[in-house]
Ligand binder design. Sequence first.
Ligand code: FCB
Length: 454
Amino acid sequence: MGFPEGFLWGAATAAYQIEGAAQEDGRAASIWDTFSHTPGKVLNGDTGDVATDHYHRRQQDVATMSELGIGAYRFSISWSRVLPEGTANQKGMDFYSRLVDELLEHGIAPVATLYHWDLPQVLEDAGGWPERDTARRFADYAERIGRVLGDRVHTWTTLNEPWCSAFLGYGSGVHAPGRTDPVAALRAAHHLNLAHGLAVRALRGVVSPSAQHSVTLNLHHLRGEAEAVRRVDAVSNRVFLDPMLGSGYPADLLDDTAHLTDWSFLHDGDAEIAAAPLDILGVNYYSPTLVREWDGVSPRAHADGHRPGAATPFVGCDDVEFAEQPGPHTAMGWPIDATGMEELLLRLHREYPHTPLMITENGAAFDDVVDDDGRVRDDRRVAYLRDHIAAVERACQAGADVRGYFAWSLLDNFEWAYGYSKRFGLVHVDYTTGERTWKDSASWYRDTIARGPS
Ligand code: FCB
């Protein structure tokens, strides 16, 4: 087997996508509550008010994880549930504390993400991620939750996909809070880097010394014309990778965006903070991205759903567009190509050889149905997972230091701007009754983990 000893097999979820109970036990609104309740922002007017009702079905869901045989569960903590108005909400804290205890009772390592896109609305009202103070508030939140869960959490992840928070949230506006201001997006990116570094520092001061510290990035595996690839790589990958891994912002990124901002929001000492030492770099991978020069005339397609005419999330890349890629595609329209994952892991291994890696999300949406006999025959998801796990294995054999793989997702859930229309789960959720049904992919994943892949 090409996987190293102790390799973690897991599944991932995120708070707003599964919990529901949006107004229970003292939880306050996050930017995703506001956004999803704004007409036209989420498909079919869906909201996360109930989601998969995980808040009330936690024990059942942990039992499912145990049956799957996963060794680790990656979940996120809702900031506005645990610190609704800046002061601790005991009921919110208790929810996660019980979850962590139940995971440990089942021998499942808790992998906790502090921020999976759900900024408390009060902080957005104060300016959100474009404001420096949000980073300080994040570190305060990290420290407080670290004090509560720090003796039991195996791995801490500061941020999930800060690229989406900054550039989809404040650039193209397809995610909450829905702003379309390129400078705000760059400011947000910087304050997310800062928040990450401050939070790692704060956590290290209060949690178990054996805990691992990480961040999860959705690195774009780019193909296409060299100059387009360079520009998009700067503003989607290196804008986070380089500061977090110690080399500061890339000079070409500063040049490419100089017509927009002088980066005066970058203060002395910030680079050192953002570069707080990491134990693991989390990587989310779904598909490769093909870019090319844009002719400036035809409607421009973008990565976020390929919506022609939408504002670009690739700030400073005004002459770049996305090219359609050959099939097959998932229900998201994303091309299926596992070679991109292997190439991405090998690139990271080459460029950051001392940073261990973990696949913190990988999976696919398909239009699953529960057949009359109660089975969900999701053969395409099985094939997707099998091919991508094989790609991780090849990367390990070629020397990449990959420590784990988390399937996205444990359950079907609220897929952001697509609402409940896209199903990524290993387990099917009936949104009328909340009923869970194992898909064939769940059984396949269980057997794969039990047998050891390949
Ligand atoms: C990632 C997100 C995750 C989910 C998957 C499909 O970008 O981190 O919450 O939406 O995509």
